[in-house]
Unconditional design. Structure first.
Lengths: 81, 279
């Protein structure tokens, strides 16, 4: 459900940005729409990690946490590059 | 942020249609759709390989997340295994995106053509490994899924270490060439890691979104994504993935797979010609 909400929000935002007349605002809306799309899989991982934690599934909660750390590392390296 | 000029409506519609086609193919065959995006964006729309990779990765997120949300809902996707393998594909994607900024266009196109040819051969062979049922309840690598007949089947994931290493390599190729990697990941999961093919396809779709996200972050944060192109293909890819899921339940994909393989060989040849400066 979370995946779908972020995806739908991203696609609607992109549609608005494309249909708006050319301006700095339309660029910002497109940028925000792409950001929402990129965040969709990340949010999915966060929600899964919380669900695993609530199931007290320690092994797979640890795996999900490692993946979140890796994604944060990717963000940090992307900013540095 | 780069200020973009108003997009020609014909160009926008053409890009949306490319996205729809790639989304349908991606959802039907467990791929991200990058094998369609890259050649069309470089050869037809004249983008550089680096620009096409960034736009393609955004389109892949739209198509794969759309398809994955449906597969998660019906229980075929093994989210736990997807999380584990995504650790190495995400690290690989980071390395690939970094290399994509350094390598020349002809090198990227040549690597893309090789990945495409390998995927085509896999499609033509399409050998499925039949998985024996597992019975160890305590092992965290034993999972279960419900098959088409409604029977609960258990399976044990094998060769996890080498599977992780290969997945890392697929992650590198994914963000280096802008393909989702599903056409490589599904055979690896089925043949090498002994995962039933239906679970492998659904899980691969889930992973593709995470891998593409890791790859596109480098391009996005540094402002290399052509926002208008990415928006158009993403809208099309999302609609296409929904259409692809609808179609896949109604047609036999085995024969379509063979035709697609021949199309991919032709696309690979075009990419090689473009890399050589002939096209």
């Amino acid at each position: 459900m979370t995946l779908r909400i972020f995806l739908a929000a991203g696609v609607v935002t992109l549609l608005i940005g494309l249909l708006m007349p050319e301006s700095g605002d339309s660029d910002r809306i497109l940028w925000f729409g792409v950001l929402l799309l990129i965040l969709a899989p990340l949010t999915g991982v966060f929600v899964t990690a919380v669900a695993l934690m609530s199931e007290r599934d320690r092994f797979w909660t640890r795996i999900a946490s490692v993946l979140i750390c890796v994604i944060l590392l990717v963000v940090a390296v992307s900013v540095y590059i | 942020m780069r200020i973009i000029s108003a997009m020609d409506p014909h160009l926008m519609i053409a890009l949306i249609l490319v996205g729809v086609f790639a989304g349908v193919i991606g959802a039907m065959f467990g791929m991200g759709g990058g094998i369609i995006f890259i050649p069309v964006l470089t050869i037809v729309f004249g983008l550089s390989a680096g620009e096409a990779v960034a736009v393609s990765l955004v389109g892949i997120i739209a198509s794969s997340v759309g398809a994955a949300s449906s597969y998660v809902k019906c229980g075929k996707c093994n989210i736990r295994l997807g999380l584990l393998l995504a650790i190495s594909t995400a690290l690989g994607a980071l390395l690939g995106a970094t290399l994509a900024g350094i390598l020349m266009d002809w090198v990227l196109l040549s690597i893309f053509a090789c990945v495409l040819l390998y995927s085509s051969v896999n499609m033509l062979r399409s050998k499925e490994r039949i998985i024996r049922p597992a019975d160890d309840d305590q092992d965290p690598l034993v999972f279960a899924y419900t098959d088409d007949k409604g029977t609960r089947q258990r399976y044990k994931v094998e060769n996890i270490g080498s599977g992780l290493a290969w997945s890392g390599g697929i992650g590198v190729l994914s963000s280096l060439t802008g393909v989702g990697g599903g056409s490589l990941q599904v055979p690896l999961m089925n043949s090498h890691m002994h995962i039933p093919i239906k679970v492998a396809s659904a899980t691969s779709n889930y992973m593709i979104g995470i891998t593409a996200m890791a790859g596109v972050l480098v391009f996005f944060i540094n402002g290399y994504v052509l926002l208008d192109y990415a928006a158009s293909v993403a809208i099309g890819a999302f609609a296409g993935s929904m259409l692809g899921i609808f179609i896949s339940g109604r047609v036999r994909s085995a024969s379509l797979r063979k035709y697609l393989a021949f199309i991919l060989i032709a696309v690979a040849a075009s990419a090689l010609l473009k890399a050589g400066g002939i096209l």
